[in-house]
Ligand binder design. Structure first.
Ligand SMILES: Cc1cc2nc3c(=O)[nH]c(=O)nc-3n(C[C@H](O)[C@H](O)[C@H](O)COP(=O)(O)OP(=O)(O)OC[C@H]3O[C@@H](n4cnc5c(N)ncnc54)[C@H](O)[C@@H]3O)c2cc1C
Ligand code: FES
Length: 352
């Protein structure tokens, strides 16, 4: 994994809770696709912490890479950066990664529907910019949920895209706590809302659209269920999830299904010439246990989205909270992601 030193060029308050950090263009090649994220590596109170942030900038359109961070109540990194980061500071970041991206094709003619909430707009905004510029025959619709009008990130930027690409870009905002003068949609972007709004933006051809969904707290699951009910095929649904709720629920069901009922599992990790052996409680993931024990395993997003922590389970069994980050073929071959992998047998060997 390549590590960059990114110099902060500008900090912009987008809303009361969200701020963008724009970095100087790195001196060395820094390539990414719209939709991908970087992972910041920080040391806070003597501890190394990593958090991933999607790039809101678009390659070949925006000169400088940018991210946008929404402050989470009592969140360590989102508040630390808000309170401490200044122009000129240098942040360590793992190279752009992730499978949630677009590769625009100039002759493509399709309809892309972006569905997001809160900070989930970040990769969607980058995707919208790239597709509108580099796929001149493609239409883009954005369905974007927030609490109030003041919480909408990139409101003006999206309005500008709407004026620039009149026939090809449309935005539908939906608010859960609108002001009295709000005339747009109201309510959370849940299953029913997705069905209603998708049928509105693509009444006849919704089954052939490509869907990109991103947001915290179950939005991706709700939207996926809705699209499946509409008969949209899995291949047309691309999703990224930021929140921890889904992972906590998934972890609980993985633990319930585990056969390791008596204490901890013995895990051996073979990383080239190095071998690590440690015990893991099935409640915890293999990676989080290794981090606590100061064992230096590769990782980036810690959310099953980038495969930086991938290894091959050559003995024993690992239960993953979800299988979204690996292909069916990789799973068949025994590959696992240690960041969302819990021990499911008394002894496990993983080669990374
Ligand atoms: C691939 C990927 C891309 C991401 N891109 C972005 C981005 O572009 N912008 C952005 O703001 N964030 C993004 N995130 C989320 C980000 O990485 C952090 O999780 C987030 O900033 C919170 O970190 P923290 O240290 O402030 O909170 P923590 O100290 O980690 O968490 C504090 C508490 O808040 C809860 N929590 C953590 N994250 C969230 C959340 N997103 N929503 C609700 N509750 C939460 C935790 O369960 C915990 O209880 C992304 C995450 C991933 C995996
Ligand atoms: S660290 Fe990204 S998938 Fe595990």
């Amino acid at each position: 994994m390549k590590i960059y030193n990114l110099t902060v060029k500008n900090i912009i308050n987008e809303t009361k809770e969200a701020y963008s950090i724009e970095f100087e263009a790195p001196n060395e090649a820094f390539s990414y696709k719209s939709g991908q994220f970087i992972t910041l590596i920080l040391t806070i109170n003597g501890q190394e912490v990593r958090r991933s942030y999607s790039l809101s900038s678009a390659p070949l359109i925006d000169k400088n890479p940018s991210i946008c961070i929404k402050v989470i109540h009592q969140g360590l990194v989102s508040n630390y950066l808000k309170n401490n980061i200044k122009v000129g500071h240098v942040l360590k970041a793992i190279e752009p990664m992730g499978h949630f991206f677009v590769d625009p094709l100039s002759d493509a003619k399709q309809h892309i529907i972006l569905i997001g909430a809160g900070s989930g707009i970040t990769p969607l905004y980058s995707i919208a910019k790239s597709i509108l510029k580099y796929e001149p025959q493609t239409k883009v619709s954005l369905i974007y949920g927030n609490r109030t009008q003041a919480d909408i990130i990139y409101y003006n930027q999206c309005q500008e895209l709407t004026s620039q690409y009149k026939d090809r870009f449309q935005v539908i905002h939906s608010l859960t706590k609108p002001d009295a003068n709000w005339v747009g949609f109201t309510g959370r972007i849940n299953e029913n809302a997705v069905i209603k709004l998708v049928e509105q933006v693509a009444p006849i051809h919704f089954k052939t659209c490509q869907y990109y969904i991103c947001g915290p707290n179950g939005l991706a699951e709700d939207a996926t269920k809705a699209l499946e009910l509409l008969g949209v095929s899995k291949q047309n649904i691309h999703k990224e999830s930021y929140g921890h709720d889904k992972n906590e629920a998934a972890a609980a069901s993985v633990v319930a299904a585990s056969t390791v009922t008596n204490g901890k599992s013995k895990v051996k990790i073979i990383d080239g010439k190095k071998t690590y052996e440690f015990e893991v409680d099935p409640k915890n993931t293999i990676l989080e246990t290794a981090i606590k024990l100061d064992i230096n395993l590769p990782y980036s997003c810690q959310a099953g989205m980038c495969t930086a922590c991938m290894g091959k389970c050559t003995s024993g069994k690992v239960h993953m909270e979800n299988a979204d980050g690996l292909t069916d073929n990789e799973i068949k071959q025994g590959y696992v992601l240690t960041c969302i992998g819990h021990p499911a047998s008394a002894e496990i060997v993983i080669e990374i």
